[in-house]
Design a protein around this ligand. Sequence first.
Ligand SMILES: NC(=O)C1=CN([C@@H]2O[C@H](COP(=O)(O)OP(=O)(O)OC[C@H]3O[C@@H](n4cnc5c(N)ncnc54)[C@H](O)[C@@H]3O)[C@@H](O)[C@H]2O)C=CC1
Ligand SMILES: O=C(O)CCC(=O)C(=O)O
Length: 415
Amino acid sequence: MSTTGLLETIIRHVCTCVADLGLDAETEAALTMPMRELHVSIPVRMDSGKIRVFEGFRVQFNDARGPTKGGIRYHPDESLESIRGLAAIMTWKCALLGLPLGGAKGGVVCNPKELSEAELERLSRAYIRAVSRFIGPDEDIPAPDVYTNARVMAWMMDEYSRIAGRNAFGAITGKPLSVWGSEGRVDATARGGWYVVEEAAKDAGIDLARATVAVQGFGNVGSHAARLASILTGAKVVAVSDSQGGVMNREGLDINRLIEHKHATGGVAGFPGGRKVSSADLLTLDVDLLIPAALENAVTQENAGEVRAGIVAEFANGPVAVAAESALEENGVLLLPDILCNGGGVVVSYFEMVQNATLDHWDEAEVDRRLRKQMKDTYHSVHEKALISGTSLRRAAYSIAVTNTLDAMRTRGWV
Ligand SMILES: NC(=O)C1=CN([C@@H]2O[C@H](COP(=O)(O)OP(=O)(O)OC[C@H]3O[C@@H](n4cnc5c(N)ncnc54)[C@H](O)[C@@H]3O)[C@@H](O)[C@H]2O)C=CC1
Ligand SMILES: O=C(O)CCC(=O)C(=O)O
């Protein structure tokens, strides 16, 4: 899965809106250029005693609607270009969901699987030192993304607090509960995605209780998506994969046992309750619902024609390349766009910010009630817009997001 081309994809989506809304070239430039980019070198002392210098990024794409928000990725193939694209996605996601936030994303070029726990902690703290002047509860609030988690967020919050000289819990979200993370953040992206899928399936006349599901990616988003499938909807997960390989079982996979297997062995491959399937073949299995929950560009022009699922729900960011969309559309595949479908993570991150700012703590039922309403309401506003304008859900979602952002930019006198 290539991470290149993501920004071009997002720019194409925005430019379609610019044309739909009849905007001029200067406004298009203001909507497609990142506001600020940090490109940092991060020296870290390794366990061997030697210094290794890592490359890191933080892109703050647009803050017209509020402080910028978005995760931090640790990945060997990370690049400024892909972080730009992901920061742009965050801008449109927050605007679509009506959050008082702009969009950002960060990344470090590294392979966390090759780092010891102590090296990972030193790297995470050093990254925060490198970007600390540009982030903060009122400026830009990082969160977890690919190959980072609540543990990493705790180190980052602690390092930021040391620099600030005070407890700054609200500087980072996705933290552990002991340092005022929010209930429900850990599975919020997957849960929010299912709330969108539930509504879309109803509108499409699909009975999820009889549906089969394939999930690509078995990390935070993918494993919770697989676990919640039967709990929330009764749907049966028949295939999952991660970076090491995949497993399938037409009778349904036992997801709790699969999670145990992944903890014990490091991957889903070799799970005794199913047979082998490659991550690429999983995408074209005969299932009702395909959930790409790994990296960008999983569905491309090359394999889009072979996708047999009736619904593709983008739980990952940018998993369907722009060039693949027409083939999916021609085959009648209903595509649920990322800025709608995976917004549950940032919604509960926003709830975490609100709780931190007001020294409050909401219970899990309260978080879930608010998340469910926000996701379902947003789906319906996108669906209604798509019906009225006769466009895809993606185009309708971008239209709402760009209009909301543009309203703030115009009101502030930027364009
Ligand atoms: N964590 C969050 O709250 C949110 C994450 N996302 C997006 O969801 C996606 C997944 O993120 P997380 O689950 O947080 O990351 P993660 O690091 O927890 O999991 C990533 C998973 O993808 C797998 N993977 C990597 N390459 C693969 C390949 N070629 N084939 C199959 N699986 C592969 C990894 O093995 C791992 O299981 C990303 O696009 C991320 O940006 C979106 C919204 C929020
Ligand atoms: O929770 C957050 O603030 C950001 C989540 C994120 O990175 C994403 O939605 O892609």
